[in-house]
Ligand binder design. Structure first.
Ligand code: TYC
Length: 103
């Protein structure tokens, strides 16, 4: 849709005043052959505030398709969640991988 944009000094003034929305990042889990399904479901519930049913659905998506989105957050929150998942997996000696990518 062609919406007329402000030009010149007005555009600069508006962009200075307008609060910017943070850029959003997806947090994804990757499939592997070793991490137990139960650990993945509990991880999704714990760090992404999902119900057991939602977490099971995401885990099965990862298991069958190779990867799945657990949530979409501002970059700093997405990084924190990724690091929490990786630390928890390492502590339990599971190879579970978690990555972020621009939404
Ligand atoms: N593929 C794993 C298994 O069969 C389960 C699994 C699901 C592992 C999701 C990682 O992100 C994952 N035990």
């Amino acid at each position: 849709m062609a919406t007329k944009q402000p030009t010149g000094d007005i555009a600069i003034e508006l962009s200075r005043l307008k609060p910017k929305l943070p850029s959003m990042y997806k947090v994804l889990l990757k499939n592997d052959d070793y991490t137990p399904m139960e650990f993945v479901v509990e991880t999704i519930q714990r760090f992404f505030n999902k119900t057991r049913e939602q977490a099971t659905e995401i885990m099965l998506q990862v298991h069958t398709k190779g990867a799945g989105v657990c949530g979409v957050y501002p970059k700093d929150i997405a990084e924190t969640k990724m690091n929490q998942v990786l630390k928890s997996a390492q502590e339990s000696q599971h190879p579970l991988q978690c990555v972020i990518e621009p939404a």
